[in-house]
Ligand binder design. Structure first.
Ligand code: C2E
Ligand code: MG
Ligand code: MG
Ligand code: MG
Length: 276
């Protein structure tokens, strides 16, 4: 649950594990209506360069405001959406909404920075995912080099060849791909250099412990130096303290995301926090 993850100070409603199957079915049903009923929103967490303090990109994160249950965190309903197949429609909505938001910011005169969306392994397995993404970008007249896709290591476990093919095509079209939550999966480090990805996001679970636990520190430092040797970009997730920032700076890991700099924000607040 959210509480056990330490991911929130609130005790959120956990749709997946705390519910009987009847209630799950009802919730699944509600989720199908959620897009049409305007219950889904995106919040945007900035990514920063600690050397300049400037925002270098945003990550779009989904929120579901259920009329009765209130806010349901993504980690509770994404698995449900994956199980029912809803994840595909849901993430198509996310992609479209995030791109439209980014375009609107550009119209308002803000410098364009990349916007990242999370893509589920289930969605990644869809045979026409590449075509659908490209069609959406064309339709919206959105610059592919301003789109970033975050996938998790578990995507590799489904059908590695298919995933490599898709990622390769995305890269060719200018879209960048990041490996999210890096270090938590079962990936062997050796396959990384064969993957058409541009960036590793070091998982929050390591960053949380770099200032207190010698092993986590060693792992994080090793991931950073490996990423550099492979020519990959690197960003630290879940940065919460000044001490963590200091260590990351020492390791020349200058890109960060985390509550120390900013929580995920509404579109209005996200753009007003821009320095430039
Ligand atoms: P993620 O993609 O790894 O996103 C980072 C999560 O960590 C976000 O939680 C963010 O609010 C939280 N976070 C960021 N900085 C800090 C920090 O300093 N401290 C702490 N404690 N937490 C921090 P959120 O928004 O609850 O999202 C959780 C996960 O839900 C995401 O993890 C992602 O895997 C998934 N998710 C969200 N939107 C989507 C989506 O559109 N599609 C898919 N497939 N998954 C999504
Ligand atoms: Mg992510
Ligand atoms: Mg992440
Ligand atoms: Mg994470």
């Amino acid at each position: 649950t959210a509480k056990e993850n330490g991911s929130s100070q609130y005790q959120f409603y956990d749709a997946v594990s705390d519910q009987s199957s009847l209630e799950q079915i009802m919730l699944e049903n509600d989720l199908e209506q959620a897009i049409d009923n305007n219950q889904l929103k995106l919040v945007y967490q900035p990514k920063f360069d600690i050397r300049t303090g400037l925002i270098i990109g945003y990550e779009a994160l989904i929120r579901w405001y259920h009329p009765i249950l209130g806010e349901i965190p993504p980690l509770s309903f994404i698995p449900l959406a994956e199980k029912s197949g809803m994840i595909i429609a849901l993430e198509q909505w996310v992609l479209r909404t995030a791109c439209l938001q980014s375009k609107q910011w550009q119209c308002e005169g803000y410098d364009a920075v990349p916007i990242a969306v999370n893509v589920s392994p289930i969605h990644l397995m869809k045979p026409d995912i590449y075509e659908t993404i490209i069609r959406t970008l064309k339709e919206l007249d959105f610059d592919p080099t301003l789109l970033e896709i975050e996938i998790t290591e578990s995507a590799m476990m489904h059908n590695e060849d298919h995933v490599i093919d898709i990622l390769g095509k995305l890269k060719e079209s200018g879209i960048s791909v990041s490996m999210d939550d890096f270090g938590t999966g079962y990936s062997s480090l050796s396959y990384l250099h064969n993957l058409p990805i541009g960036c590793l996001k070091i998982d929050r679970s390591f960053i949380r412990k770099i200032t207190i636990d010698k092993d986590s520190r060693a792992i994080a430092e090793m991931i950073i130096s490996m990423a550099k040797q492979l020519g990959l970009k690197i960003i630290a997730e879940g940065v919460e303290t000044e001490e963590q920032v200091a260590l990351l700076r020492e390791w020349k890991c200058y890109n960060v995301q985390g509550f120390y700099y900013s929580r995920p924000l509404s579109p209005e607040n996200a753009i007003h926090s821009r320095v430039s």
